[in-house]
Ligand binder design. Structure first.
Ligand code: C2E
Ligand code: CA
Ligand code: CA
Length: 662
């Protein structure tokens, strides 16, 4: 889930950045193109209107020159009109007056009354250097004038009325040479106003777009900050959250972890945080969490990371070059955390999981190790969970054995369903005997796993895993079905059948129609209800009592016996005995183990049996291994004994013989 979120966020950020960039680039291009088109159109308009007017004058001069009208030429000379004649290769053939023609012209078309005219525009070489008096202004037109016209780079506004821009205009004569006359481009007040208006409008548009982009950028940055805080921030402590830790931590490990750089993931827990909140309020608790965050963050070195995981848990990724260094640092952290609230004596537990060195097949540093911070943090938590009973500050390390257990748990989870379908789970029966006459009076069905892959496995190795991962309900159904099937077969075959009890897990008791499910399974196998008994563990009695009473009552009304398993282990359920209509009380094996004071435990056992009798319940003593215990229990009126003294759990085939033997 967290991975998914991080991916979405990364996508979001990326797409956001991309869209922002695309809009900016697009708007810039639109702006530049619009500016260029408008500027060139405006200038073209001004220049063309002027050039076409000048054309007539220059073409008249060309005509005079071409037709050799010497008087007229003299008049031209008198008027000091500068002109040149240029051949096809741009070489000067004739020059009159002060020649400032550049000699290299650019053909262009201008619109005249008679249509488009082909003319050549020559830049004026000298006019690029102006002698400016104080009132005049110099404008660099190079960036505005279209290249095709290549007019002079500098123009001078000599009068407030107009800009004078010297240019040469060439007209092709009949012999192929070009007659170029010097002219002056006058940009008058109107032209200037027009150009100014266009420039102003463009500048306005540019400013608007720029302001828009700026506002968008500022809002974008602000929104991104908010989004980042929302997604990666932790409300309770003001620090980072798990999602941030995972994303950043993965980056660190991918970039930095190698054969020399070792890392460890920590689970840091404010021990009994709930109690603290109950005593001092949640707000006070959160204040302390914020302080814890500060302590952890200031304790970290560069390139390390921490975050608030949830409730009282913090996660950290730190460098751990050796176990000794790691231990010293963690002890130091515990000391510092101890100062968070010296008055109320709070303590912290730390679980540490060292990450494998990242090496390739040749033991060289590698950057390609798979990174799974969720798994690493789980490992740190698993180590820390071993400290749950410890009151003071403590540190636990994730060990190889824990790793093996985790691998085993995963393997069980992966194979459990196939094992069920392949009927790899076997039903063993442990007989229960009446100690008064040594007669078989019942049995308990106990599961075994005959796995082709793992061999023969006792329930202690897989039942707790099924309870954790929820598969236990499938197992309960499986056992009830198989026991019912066996009982039906044995009954039909004329065996001396006695009730067989089946364990029903605590997790199963939350299902409202449990009694109906059990009844339907037994009925579908055709077994007698009185041959099936159901065992509930004592801890189940702490769940929803109302639902429990209802299920037990229903089971009893269907004709099944119900027993309380493991009575006396762990919690006292005397109170439950008062409310629950149970048939059988199974005394936990703990009563018959160890070096407890014989006399005192005999009192407890005998009084418990008496209590059960008074409540109309039969008693079963579990885990009885020695004759003295059997004799004592017989004397106390215990109804049944289930223990190695009589028999160990056995396969059905063996149990059949026991039934026949009585
Ligand atoms: P439990 O229900 O308390 O079962 C009794 C356990 O005590 C059995 O262990 C049995 O072999 C053992 N036992 C009986 N007499 C003696 C004795 O004299 N000495 C010693 N040392 N042990 C004795 P087992 O078969 O290994 O089962 C362990 C636990 O696994 C069971 O405890 C039960 O909690 C669970 N379990 C077993 N089968 C099933 C099942 O089919 N469904 C469920 N939900 N749990 C099961
Ligand atoms: Ca049991
Ligand atoms: Ca038991």
């Amino acid at each position: 889930m967290a991975v998914q979120n991080a991916k979405v966020l990364r996508k979001l950020k990326k797409s956001y950045a991309w869209s922002g960039m695309l809009v900016t680039v697009f708007l810039s291009i639109v702006m530049i193109v619009t500016l260029a088109v408008l500027a060139s159109a405006a200038l073209q308009y001004v220049l063309e209107s002027w050039i076409s007017a000048e054309y007539d004058r220059i073409s008249y001069m060309a005509h005079i020159y071409e037709s050799g009208m010497s008087d007229e030429l003299k008049r031209l000379d008198r008027e000091d009109r500068a002109y040149v004649v240029i051949d096809e290769d741009d070489r000067f053939v004739y020059t009159y007056g002060h020649n400032t023609c550049s000699g290299t012209g650019h053909p262009t078309k201008v619109l005249n009354e008679g249509g488009f005219l082909d003319i050549i525009v020559y830049p004026d070489t000298e006019s690029q250097v102006f002698e400016l008096d104080d009132d005049s202004i110099t404008i660099d037109l190079s960036s505005f004038v279209p290249d095709v016209l290549n007019v002079n780079k500098l123009i001078e506004i000599q009068t407030p009325e107009a800009i004078k821009l010297p240019l040469w205009i060439g007209v092709k004569m009949k012999d192929g040479s070009v007659f170029a006359g010097r002219s002056t481009l006058d940009i008058d007040r109107n032209d200037l106003m027009f150009l100014g208006a266009v420039a102003g409008a463009l500048a306005g548009v540019f400013a608007l777009v720029f302001i828009f982009m700026l506002i968008r950028l500022i809002f974008g940055i602000r929104n991104r900050r908010r989004l980042t805080k929302l997604v990666f921030g932790d409300e309770a402590t003001g620090g980072n959250n798990w999602m941030y830790f995972r994303m950043k931590g993965e980056q660190i490990l991918k970039r930095k972890r190698n054969a020399r750089n070792h890392y460890a993931v920590l689970d840091i827990v404010f021990f009994k945080y709930r109690n603290y909140c109950v005593c001092h309020s949640v707000a006070e608790g959160e204040k302390k969490l914020a302080m814890v965050r500060q302590v952890i963050e200031s304790w970290l070195n560069r390139g390390e990371l921490s975050a608030h995981y949830a409730s009282a848990n913090f996660v950290a990724l730190i460098k751990a070059d050796s176990n000794d260094v790691l231990q010293k640092r963690l002890e130091d952290l515990l000391n510092q955390l101890g100062c968070v609230d010296p008055v109320h004596n709070i303590s912290f537990h730390i679980g540490a999981a060292s990450l494998d060195a990242c090496e390739d097949h040749h033991n060289n540093a590698s950057h390609d190790c798979p990174v799974d911070l969720e798994r690493d943090y789980n490992n740190a938590c698993a180590a820390r969970a071993t400290l749950d009973e410890t009151d003071g500050p403590a540190i636990a390390y994730f060990t190889d054995q824990m790793m093996d257990e985790q691998i085993w748990e995963d393997r069980v989870r992966e194979t459990q369903m196939a094992a069920l379908l392949n009927e790899e789970f076997l039903v063993y029966y442990q007989p229960k005997y009446n100690p008064a006459d040594d007669k078989l009076t019942g049995a308990e069905a106990l599961i075994r796993w005959q796995s082709p892959e793992f061999g023969f496995i006792s329930p202690g190795r897989f039942i707790p895993i099924f309870e954790k991962n929820g598969f236990i309900t499938e197992i309960d159904h499986y056992m009830i079905r198989h026991v019912a099937r066996d009982q039906k077969r044995w009954h039909d075959a004329g065996y001396n059948c006695v009730p067989v009890s089946v364990n029903v897990s605590r997790a199963h008791f939350v299902e409202e129609d449990l009694a109906e499910q059990i009844r339907d399974i037994v009925d579908s196998e055709g077994a007698l209800h009185e041959l099936i008994e159901l065992e509930l563990t004592e801890s189940a009695f702490f769940d929803d009592k109302k639902a429990l009473v209802s299920t037990i009552s229903k089971l009893k009304s269907y004709g099944f016996a119900v027993s309380m398993d493991d009575f006396g282990s762990g919690y006292s359920s005397l109170n439950s005995l008062k409310d629950l209509p149970l048939d059988v009380l199974k005394l936990d094996a703990e009563f018959f183990r160890g070096n407890a004071d014989g006399e005192r435990s005999e009192i407890v056992i005998s009084e418990t049996i008496r209590l059960a009798q008074a409540l109309n319940m039969r008693t079963v003593a579990e885990g009885v291994e020695i004759k003295d215990q059997v004799d004592f229990l017989a004397k106390q009126g215990c109804d049944m004994i289930q223990g190695y003294f009589y028999a160990k759990p056995m396969p059905g085939s063996e149990y059949e013989q026991r039934m026949n033997a009585g």
